[in-house]
Design a protein around this ligand. Structure first.
Ligand code: NAP
Length: 486
């Protein structure tokens, strides 16, 4: 710590992608007094929790990597989940931040008292810190469907993010509820292993075909030998993703039309049976829901042992799922690929700001934050991938890196002693939110579909501007948007 700088103690909550990043970056910035609280027994966040067959990331692996830790060893363009988990473990180890992590201890509450944060964990541990970084994730808390008789099922039943590895899948009769990215990946991975696969579709999805080639040994060798190639690939993929990001926030853009045409051509060319094709054809625009990427879903659902069930679910019974036409679909295993509670953010952790107001109270209607990072009256508390951030259109790693560099500049205000408390002003948060909500009108997410992007008002809880604007905003905080106390 440079002379004259205030020594700060940090708590990072969550040891997933963003928590690992925060620990590494704080260390690089010269900070040493850091604890990463992790409720589970190992790091990895999403990639620890999700172990379902077929799991991969729909952001290409060479883009879904930290900019400071390119990985020549990625096996595929979209590498499997276990490999991504191993990558995070490797990076955390290499950067020496695992020792900062306190596993198996969930932070229950954080209260801002007399200028510092008092933390209490589920195991009764107490801590006092100057700065809290909430790296608690977005798609984290499983959403269970409200279907009559859910608990009466006689076979094995679990949410996709709670996959029970002890359950025999091979040769079983499997039911999958949900046709999001998760359900589609599970169906494609399982169909050839099971006796029968029934996919319960409430809403058809647009599917963008993307091949997933393996990298050859020669390619990996070339990446190992020449880091420049990896950096170029990262930059190229970021550019391609930037185009996608620009498309989704402009529903009239030629790019979004091109995506729609690709999805439609995929459906038309892959599904010859007109009756099945009609049931698989969505009645809303492509990318209105999160676009599902799959090279082989249509093949999978046309296998002789697969069935697309579009009749609504009446109830769940001990023997399987009863649809509204009175038919019982007999099942041994039922997988609920029904998504996540997308507005939980830091909750259920109890966060109490300066005036005794909790985030739970402030967010009673819906979560909100200035630039998704800082909440008025909650000083020295910064979120990564917080409310209304760029969740739908970018690599969340790139997002978190940019956000953290921004947060570091706020922390700098505390380190230098220019202030002791810093949080966004209400005026800045409200003005940003008004502008954000207005901009969502132009996005593809508002063109008429149900999706996890939409909040309780039907407004996308996401970043509706360009990625260039995001970079610009993250480059340097506008200090007049922050209230400081000395
Ligand atoms: P999701 O996109 O929220 O999909 C949930 C699915 O469950 C939808 O098909 C939904 O139907 C259905 N559903 C929910 N309640 C239901 C009910 N009561 N009855 C019948 N169906 C019901 O969740 P997800 O697939 O887990 O994906 C969430 C997000 O995680 C993705 O959008 C993506 O951002 C990320 N993800 C990415 C990858 C990847 O990188 N490849 C993989 C998995 C997840 P409706 O459409 O009718 O609402």
């Amino acid at each position: 710590m440079a002379e004259g700088r205030r020594a700060l103690r940090f708590a990072i909550i969550g040891a997933g992608m963003a928590g690992i990043l925060s620990a590494i970056k704080l260390r690089e910035a010269g900070e040493t007094d850091i604890t990463v609280y992790e409720k589970a027994d190992r790091l990895g966040g999403t990639w620890r929790e999700n172990t379902y067959p077929g799991l991969s990331c729909d952001v290409p692996s060479h883009l879904y990597s930290y900019s400071f830790a390119p990985n020549p060893e990625w096996s595929h363009r979209f590498s499997p989940g276990a490999e991504i988990q191993a990558y995070f473990e490797h990076v955390a180890r290499e950067h020496g931040v695992v020792d900062l992590m306190r596993f198996g201890d969930a932070v229950d509450s954080c209260a801002f008292v007399d200028g510092r944060w008092q933390l209490r964990t589920a195991r009764g541990h107490r801590d006092v810190v100057d700065v809290v970084i909430a790296a608690t994730g977005v798609l984290h808390r499983p959403r269970y469907p409200e279907i009559e008789g859910l608990d009466s099922f006689g076979g094995a039943m679990f949410h996709s993010a709670r996959w029970d590895q002890g359950v025999e899948i091979d040769g079983a009769r499997i039911g999958v509820v949900g046709t999001g990215s998760t359900g589609v990946q599970i169906v494609s991975a399982l169909v050839d292993r099971v006796a029968r696969l029934s996919l319960f579709q409430r809403t058809a999805q647009w599917i963008l075909p993307q091949e997933n080639p393996a990298y050859t040994d020669e390619q990996k060798e070339a990446y190992r030998a020449d880091g420049e190639q990896l950096r170029e690939m990262h930059a190229h993929l970021a550019e391609v993703f930037g185009m996608f990001a620009a498309a989704v926030v402009d529903a009239d853009s030629p790019q979004i039309k091109a995506i729609e045409e690709m999805c439609l051509a995929n459906l038309e060319s892959s599904v010859p049976d007109p009756e099945l094709r009609a049931r698989l054809r969505p009645d809303y625009r492509a990318a209105c829901k999160r676009l599902v990427i799959s090279p082989n879903f249509y093949d999978a659902i046309q296998r002789p042992n697969a069935e697309l069930v579009t009749e609504g679910i009446e109830r769940i019974e001990p023997g399987g799922i009863r649809t509204r036409d009175g038919r019982l679909h007999e099942l041994d295993v039922l997988v609920l690929a029904t998504g996540f509670e997308t507005n939980a953010f830091t909750r259920p952790m109890m966060v109490t700001g300066r005036d005794g107001m909790s985030l739970g109270e402030m967010w009673a209607k819906r979560p909100n934050a200035y630039l998704s990072i800082s909440v008025p009256g909650v000083p020295n508390f910064f979120m990564l991938n917080g409310p209304n951030g760029p969740v739908g259109n970018f690599s969340l790693i790139e997002v978190a890196e940019l956000q953290f560099d921004y947060i570091l500049q706020l922390i700098e205000e505390l380190q230098t002693g220019r202030c002791r408390e810093i949080s966004a002003t209400r005026a800045a948060m409200d003005a940003f939110e008004a502008e954000r909500v207005d901009a969502t009108k132009h996005t593809i997410w508002m063109t008429g579909c149900r999706s996890w992007y939409l909040d309780d008002r039907g407004i996308p809880a996401s970043w509706p501007f360009s990625f260039a604007r995001f970079r610009e905003e993250m480059a340097a905080p506008r200090m007049d948007a922050f209230e400081t106390r000395t």
